[in-house]
Design a protein around this ligand. Structure first.
Ligand code: MSP
Length: 512
């Protein structure tokens, strides 16, 4: 029997704390995840894309208390902000997981129970410092001026309580081996070097994974001791298991586990590259292939915060510029992995220079020429010339590099190759100058230049789809196609048949 196996791609974003509506920083990770999900989908992979909200813990409990409502009422009221923002940015997640979902709670209990039964959890006393905003422990030397959390610059709390610990230290050698042997487990590579250095210098300490109920009741109950609730980070990390159907859709879980790419911000690397794989090793799960930690965005050079007014609402931006321009800008302007700055001035510049001038003009130009000389019908043309072959060589190089960059998560370079692909077609038109050939009565050259350009715009549309799904859809309609070309099907010649009628042309990007 021939068994057809489809390749799969499972990608995750962090789950966001819903104590604030999303801002451009959280939108950034989610947009890049959507771009990668659409890329693999267009290549014919079966894709599962998970995002959601992290709803337990002290921070949310306190915010709800301040508002005089229950924590659950509070998180219920905040989740729609995320769903609306993601919808406006055309984020096509396959599941939006909430850590208050019943299947998540059940999954967490089962998995921590497994770790407990294995002997990797013991009772002890925690004495130390904690930042409620980060929901994480600090040691005095991590703090700014000896008292402030280095991320939020707010005072940390001193905690002293009975807790259960996870034996993280037991996994130190396995983790170091993992980083050294599996070069793609933590990316970019500098971040991995940092982890190796830190662990080798300081050693791994066991980590508290429960809270006594008298201190915090808003969380998942510890399955072997009802006087404790689980630490919010352990609860949150396990969303990547429950979200893909561990309890409620076993077939899906078996198909997609383990994650291929887990995107995170650099501030939560420790949880994802140290605690998370150790929990998985302990519970006996296959490890994710890649944890990719991107940099931090500032807005006009300033930290994103409510008080500075830099917590721009992504929905406002979409209303002003359209989702494709925002998606394009985020992928194009910030080298993925590094810190970057979001500025509307830059966004407008990229929109005008690259989207309107390069891509928009190219498509308008080719459709106009086809209309003028061939009544909007793809012409028949004779064999390829040397110039055509040379251009095909260049385009092939851009397309191959585009794929390499996407597969290596260098999304910004993949966008660049898309622009270079469009520039190459523009240069080809300038070189072959079909308008002059027409004047000279050389109809065959006109037909060849137009047929080739249309074929290449077809490929360009497939390349653009992951970044700009709306634009790809519009171009496909203008090309008279029933659906958006897929990256798995495109060729450098022969995509559009002679006699094919194009659709109505329309300006794709108005200059801002
Ligand atoms: N709830 C945890 C994640 C649990 S995942 C199992 C959390 N939530 S968060 O809402 O505080 O942050 C979510 C993500 O947003 C993190 O990856 C964080 O790095 C990212 N960002 C927050 N501010 C950011 C910027 N200014 N720029 C880029 N990403 C930013 O941590």
């Amino acid at each position: 029997m021939i068994r057809l196996t489809t390749k799969k791609f499972y990608i995750t974003t962090p789950i966001y704390y819903p104590n604030r509506p999303p801002h451009i920083g959280s939108a950034y990770t989610t947009v890049i995840a959507d771009i990668l999900a659409r890329y693999y989908e267009s290549l014919g992979y079966e894709v599962f894309f998970l995002t959601g909200t992290d709803e337990h813990g002290m921070k949310l409990f306190k915010e709800a208390k301040n508002k005089g409502i229950s924590p659950k009422e509070y998180v219920d009221s905040m989740v729609p902000f995320f769903k609306r923002a993601w919808e406006s940015l055309d984020i096509r997640y396959r599941r939006f997981i909430r850590t208050t979902d019943p299947d998540h709670e059940e999954t967490v209990k089962r998995i921590v129970m497994r770790i407990y039964e294995k002997g990797d959890i013991y009772k002890g006393v925690y004495r130390g410092l904690y930042c409620v905003e980060c929901e994480r422990y600090y040691t005095a030397k991590d703090l700014v001026d000896g008292k402030l959390c280095p991320i939020h610059l707010k005072p940390v709390e001193y905690l002293e309580m009975e807790v259960y610990y996870f034996r993280l230290s037991k996994y130190q050698d396995d983790l170091i081996r993992l980083y050294k042997e599996n070069t793609r487990f933590v990316l970019p590579a500098e971040r991995k070097q940092y982890l190796i250095r830190k662990i080798e210098e300081e050693g791994l300490k066991d980590v508290a994974i429960t809270r006594p109920r008298w201190y915090l009741s808003w969380g998942i109950e510890c399955p072997w001791d009802s006087d404790h609730v689980l630490y919010v980070w352990v609860d949150a990390l396990l969303n990547y298991i429950s979200g893909v159907g561990y309890i409620n859709d076993r077939e899906k879980f078996e198909k997609f586990w383990p994650p291929n790419v887990q995107l995170i911000g650099k501030d939560i690397l420790w949880f994802h590259a140290v605690i998370w794989p150790a929990l998985l090793m302990s519970a006996g799960f296959e490890l994710p292939q890649t944890i990719f930690a991107h940099g931090f965005l500032t807005v006009n050079g300033k930290k994103i915060s409510k008080s500075l007014g830099t917590d721009i609402d992504p929905i406002d931006l979409v209303n002003k510029y359209g989702s494709d321009t925002i998606r394009y800008y985020l992928a194009r302007a910030i080298p993925f992995g590094e810190d970057g700055d979001f500025s509307e001035k830059d966004l407008v510049r990229y929109h005008n220079d690259e989207l309107a001038n390069e891509i928009g003009n190219l498509i308008y130009r080719v459709l106009t020429l086809t209309e003028r000389y061939f009544g909007g019908i793809t012409p028949e043309a004779s064999r390829l010339t040397d110039i055509d072959k040379e251009i095909i060589g260049e385009l092939r190089k851009h397309l191959n590099e585009y794929h390499n960059f996407m597969k290596n998560l260098q999304v910004h370079h993949a966008v660049m190759r898309t622009i270079m692909f469009a520039q190459t077609i523009n240069a080809y038109l300038n070189k072959t100058a079909p308008w002059s050939c027409w004047k000279k009565g050389d109809k065959d050259s006109v037909a060849r230049a137009i047929r080739n350009s249309l074929d290449w715009i077809y490929v360009l549309t497939a390349m653009m789809y992951p970044f700009m799904p709306r634009t790809a859809d519009k171009i496909s309609k203008q090309l008279g196609l029933d659906s958006i070309p897929r990256l798995s099907d495109v060729r450098l010649i022969g995509n559009i048949k002679p006699g094919h009628k194009l659709g109505e042309k329309e300006i794709l990007f108005k200059k801002l």
